[in-house]
Design a protein around this ligand. Structure first.
Ligand SMILES: [Zn+2]
Length: 416
């Protein structure tokens, strides 16, 4: 009895230490998440109901819904196919490890690349169908050849990424065992930071500075109003590939840039609307959203890596190649399951940028016109089905964005 009791003591203490560590980690996670969720949008802001048919036009709403049906269906089919493919691969893929002479990490990389190639092949028909549909609806002007070449470049980049990721994880797991998930997640956060910081430089061939003095003057005025300094404005020429209008803010820690698609400047959008877009993108930098996105990535990477460690245990852990096919399934499921939360976070940031744009431009008429214009140029459904909104919408719906314009007008009218 005595011997059993003394052997029991350290194990109990171990369990207690683990529980305290887990509790502290959970509290830290919640505090960090709570701090990141703070935005300049007033907490008491109530979005009014928007009459979608009256605002966007009955025909346009009908056309947008008819168009979006197919991309949504293709998305669902792609996700189901991906999960089924990885599920089968997780059950059967490990067999191939016995025939490999590439060493454990080399075999793991081969299994990773094989998994990617499989998903690329099974997604191909859905991608082709999507392109056919987009071309039919004049949403895309990309040719099938350009699409195939672009897909090839993307696949190559994915091959390299998965090999690097597996090399890091498997080497760490073989060196330090189950605790790989802590340095592993940290390394991925570091890589994400490097990519975010170098993205403007990596893509510098794709965009160029503006040579329109009026646009630059507007941009400088808005940037000063939002206290954003030293962030260059760039133009990306996409009008050969698409008629859709877009803009983005990227870069972090001193490399920030704002890029406008030239489709925004072809005369379809008024100066006031372009100013709203600029103010929205500046709003992302004014709020430090790229850094916030990286912090969120860290908040998901650690529990994600921990889950990966736990699930792959029964295949010998991430140090063994047999675990790789299962890891691909786990990552796919984790990404899918966390997408409603990730989209909700993204929508909060987008709302904040919209709010800053309204406060800076004080031109609600142009903002409203812009959001109505977006549904025309991209055939975007102003109020998509709820499931699609939760799983796919990284931005508030166009109806919600118009509602925010109205809420801003009401709030400004009522406050002195
Ligand atoms: Zn945005």
């Amino acid at each position: 009895m005595e011997v059993a009791a003394s052997a029991e003591m350290p194990r109990r203490r171990n369990v207690a230490v683990r529980r305290v560590a887990l509790g502290l980690a959970l509290v830290g996670w919640l505090v960090a998440a709570y701090t990141l969720l703070d935005t300049v949008v007033p907490d008491d802001l109530a979005l009014p109901a928007v009459d979608v048919q009256a605002t966007f036009g009955r025909d346009l709403v009908h056309d947008a819904k008819a168009y979006e049906r197919v991309p949504l269906l293709l998305w669902v089919l792609t996700q189901i196919t991906l999960v089924v493919t990885f599920w089968i691969y997780a059950r059967r893929g490990a067999v191939m490890t016995r025939e490999s002479a590439a060493g454990p990490i080399g075999t793991g990389m081969l299994l990773g690349m094989l998994g990617l190639a499989l998903t690329w092949a099974v997604q191909l028909p859905f991608g082709l169908a999507g392109l056919w549909w987009d071309r039919r609806h004049d949403v895309s002007k990309v040719s099938y050849l350009e699409w195939a070449l672009g897909g090839w470049a993307e696949l190559t980049a994915s091959f390299i990424s998965i090999c690097v990721a597996l090399l890091i994880v498997m080497a760490l797991a073989r060196a330090i065992g189950e605790w790989w998930w802590i340095p592993g997640a940290a390394v991925f956060v570091g890589i994400a930071f490097v990519f975010a910081a170098t993205a403007p430089w990596l893509t510098s061939d794709l965009h160029h500075p503006s040579n329109d003095p009026r646009l630059i003057e507007t941009y400088d005025r808005l940037a000063a109003a939002e206290h954003v300094h030293g962030v260059p404005l760039e133009i990306e020429d996409v009008s050969g590939d698409t008629s859709q209008a877009n803009a983005y803010a990227f870069g972090v820690a001193g490399t920030q840039q704002i890029v406008l698609w030239d489709t925004l400047l072809d005369g379809r959008f008024s100066d006031g609307e372009v100013a709203v877009v600029l103010a929205h993108e500046l709003g992302h930098h004014a709020s430090g959203h790229i850094a916030e996105a990286l912090e969120w990535f860290a908040l998901f990477a650690f529990p994600g890596a921990w889950a990966l460690m736990r699930v792959t245990r029964r295949r010998g852990g991430m140090g063994t190649p047999e675990a790789v096919p299962l890891a691909l399934l786990v990552i796919t499921l984790f990404t899918l399951a966390s997408s409603p939360l990730q989209n909700w976070i993204s929508r909060r940031m987008e709302s904040e940028a919209d709010w800053r744009a309204l406060a800076t431009t004080r031109d609600p008429a142009s903002a409203r016109q812009l959001f109505e214009g977006f549904s025309q140029t991209s055939l975007g459904d102003p109020s998509p089905p709820t499931w699609a909104y939760l799983l796919l919408s990284t931005h508030p719906t166009l109806a919600q964005r118009v509602a925010m314009v109205e809420a801003w007008e009401k709030k400004t009218a009522s406050s002195p």
